[in-house]
Design a binder for this molecule. Structure first.
Ligand SMILES: *Cc1c(COP(=O)(O)O)cnc(C)c1O
Length: 360
């Protein structure tokens, strides 16, 4: 095999993470968010491991179709809803539920004449200012939706938080209050929290939590890993060393010659690069492991290859396993070194990487 970059998905971690989310969510139902191919972990395998959730959340009808084709009969919510009238027919055929966040979607529903009742989640914008209706319109919109025979009367009321990962930022409390005020007295379940909302804002638990990151063992809270909250990373990314070379002091390594050897030293070269989804923005000093020994990225990440300072791994040799992230090397730490968040790293693993599963 000429490429050895491998993403191993830990199904036991997914199941344990779901159990932990359930414990934190108390009586609230759990929507397992599996958009973007389950944050890069693979939709079908993750949905299998997470099939105990009360619903799945997806970003597209196509993902809903994949879940139905895999035999899932659970509730599936399309988080940005229909874009066109033809989507409504497809959603009914597949028994998908629609988030309704815009007048254009409401107009589509009002133009329909009949059809099997569609389950609708009414999205109110309480301060994120991405998707959603003004909260002041909650009553009017709720009444209009309830008047439609082709809409299931059990409408779920939802909102989304902008800064719930900042546990000392009171924007989340203000968003929660706006939501509660706007929906007071309306019938229906409430769905407010994402992963960080579940961790940090118990008052926003509502009837549903919509959780993605934590199920994959990932956190977006600054300086915190998923493991810090008791969650287990669901992906290990590894490859192998394809070269170990002795390079002299003062020589420079990689494109742009950005890194200079401070001494005569051995440099390992790992078969992974940005063509596999390892971030090009990872700076010199980003930690990796060669076998059980710590090592670090040096110079620029190239498309297929990565140079490693192997001074702390003196026995490194061609063929050794190199770990880029996983339980021993938090994705959040790598993301920090690359100026991004863990979600972007797992979502970015490319099709060139071999995916395998382990299940203990
Ligand atoms: C992606 C998403 C979530 C999940 O967010 P996490 O931080 O991964 O838990 C929840 N709700 C909506 C509307 C989303 O788009």
């Amino acid at each position: 095999m000429s490429r050895s970059a491998t993403a191993t998905i830990h199904l036991d971690a997914l199941r344990a993470n779901l159990a932990r989310v359930r414990a934190l969510a108390a009586d609230a139902k759990v929507m397992a968010v599996v958009k973007a191919d389950a944050y890069g972990h693979g939709l079908e395998r993750c949905a299998r491991a997470l099939s105990g959730a009360d619903a799945f959340g997806v970003a597209s009808i196509a993902d809903g179709l994949r879940l139905r084709a895999a035999g899932h009969r659970a509730r599936i919510v399309v988080l940005s809803g229909p874009d066109a009238a033809s989507d409504l027919a497809e959603m009914r055929r597949l028994h998908l539920e629609a988030v309704i966040h815009h007048d254009s979607q409401l107009a589509m529903l009002e133009r329909e004449n009949g059809g099997e009742p569609l389950r609708v989640w009414l999205n109110l914008d309480t301060g994120m200012h991405r998707l959603g209706f003004a909260p002041e319109r909650a009553r009017e919109l709720h009444a209009r939706l309830r008047a439609l025979p082709a809409v299931d009367p059990a409408i779920v009321l939802m909102t989304h938080f902008a800064s719930s990962d900042e546990f000392d930022n009171d924007l989340t409390a203000r968003q929660t209050q706006r939501f509660l005020d706007a929906t007071q007295g309306l019938p229906g379940e409430r769905a407010l929290s994402n992963s960080a909302g579940l961790l940090g804002w118990p008052a926003a638990r509502g009837d549903w939590v919509r959780v993605g990151g934590l199920l994959y063992g990932l956190s977006v809270a600054a300086g915190k890993t998923g493991a810090d909250f008791g969650f287990a990373p669901a992906m290990t990314l590894t490859t192998r060393l394809v070269a170990v070379n002795r390079i002299a002091r003062g020589e420079r390594v990689g494109y742009g010659a950005t890194w200079e050897c401070p001494e005569d030293m051995r440099i390992g070269v790992a078969a992974i690069g940005y063509g596999d989804g390892y971030p090009r923005s990872a700076r010199s000093g980003t930690p990796v492991r060669i076998g059980d020994a710590p090592a670090a990225v040096i110079g620029r990440v190239s498309m297929d290859l990565l140079a490693l300072d192997s001074r702390s791994a003196p026995h490194a040799k061609v063929g050794d396993v190199v770990t880029l992230w996983g339980p021993q090397l938090p994705t959040e730490v790598i993301a920090d070194h690359a100026g991004t968040i863990s979600y972007e790293l797992t979502c970015g693993v490319t099709r060139r990487v071999l995916f395998t599963e382990d299940d203990v």
